[in-house]
Design a protein around this ligand. Sequence first.
Ligand SMILES: [Fe+2]
Ligand SMILES: [Fe+2]
Length: 470
Amino acid sequence: MSIDYSERIPNNVDLAEDRRLQRALESWQPRFLAWWAEMGPTLPTQDVYLRTAVDVGRAGWAHFGRVALPDYRWGIFLAERDPDRRIAFGQHRGEPVWQQVPGEHRASLQRLIVVQGDTEPASVEQQRRLGLTAPSLYDLRNLFQVNVEEGRHLWAMVYLLHAHFGRSGRDEAEALLLRNSGSEDSPRILGAFNEQTPDWLSFFMFTYFTDRDGKYQLGTLKESAFDPLSRTCEFMLKEEAHHMFVGTTGVDRVVERAAQLMREHDTGDIAPHGGIPLAVIQKYLNFHYSVSLDLFGGETSTNVANYFTSGLKGRWQEERRADDHVLAGEVTAVEQPAGGRVVTVGLPALTALNHDLRTAYSKDCETGVTRWNRILEQHGIDGHRLALPHPGFNRKVGMFAGCHVTPGGQVVDAATWAAGRDSWLPTPADKAHVESLMRPVYEPGKIAAWIAPPRSGINGQPVDYEYVRF
Ligand SMILES: [Fe+2]
Ligand SMILES: [Fe+2]
């Protein structure tokens, strides 16, 4: 079904048929716009070359054009309904999916939607000042694309809350605009979404590692027996792919520029030459990967086991798994710290589902590292390679919280950790250097000296297209 843009809230959910819901969402809309004005991008612009969803089908789902940011049409888009869809896992496996929320799962489903929904506006808040220092108009445009779509993902979750959770859902929708990233009094729910994204290296690492966490969380919700949630997440995943493209190619370009400067000056210490040294890139990677792993929660969780068994939340690519999709009695191998070492133990697969998801995520993250190392290789850089740290490194959540693990996976004492910390995580000096490189470059086709230009433009436009006008 294509999307109706003549409505105040563009949608493909027949909003006009449900006056009460329409009115409720129309009264939330000005509050969203006020939040965007206050907490969204700080850089004033005339218009931005953006894509807007116009359909949810396979062919040609997006339209590109110049849009003034506050006039972006945030809407409610669910993937097509499959009338034959059945529950793929858990105790209700094989039964038809739910179009309404079952009373006994109301609280759990609402919580899952609120936690997901809270991350969406959080990242807009984290990134609001990045427009002041974009390395090119191409990058500035990508930042705004990510921002407006995270705003739309908030709409996606707010629609579910309004449409299916009554009064308490409406209250939660309000609260999503009241919590703020990094706020003392009312922070965002998850740790990584209260961290700062102060510079563009952080932004690329965030879109590579943290948006990728989002992909995996949405992947589990896409399996949900609650069909409106499944269809919402399916469409969000489509938009999310571009966010990760921004991260992957952003880090590509920082690594490429580092390699060029290393060759040119025959040194790894490229900071004086206006580049970001590989050692600093590695530290940023270590930080963003480890805080993103925390988003997967504890390795074991009986809540998550219950979500799975009752059909609320599946596994990554549930339907492609060659098992019984119930997992009673199954055992899975999990690494945990014990007696000063990391050991592997067998745990019930059902309670270790967070670990299962995190493992799939880590494997996916490896593909970026391989790609970045290939760039180093292509530039003839020997002896320097990037790597993911051990999953126990720098963790605040789960089995490794409270113990010190090196990037190599060794459990160490507090003194050893303190001595190594500055070579593993960004130091104030590293951050100050990265910050010193952040100067806006707003001339079409020009690019900051710390990053290589993109290989191609957006939607077939040339790289030197005027993606943003002031
Ligand atoms: Fe999102
Ligand atoms: Fe995203």
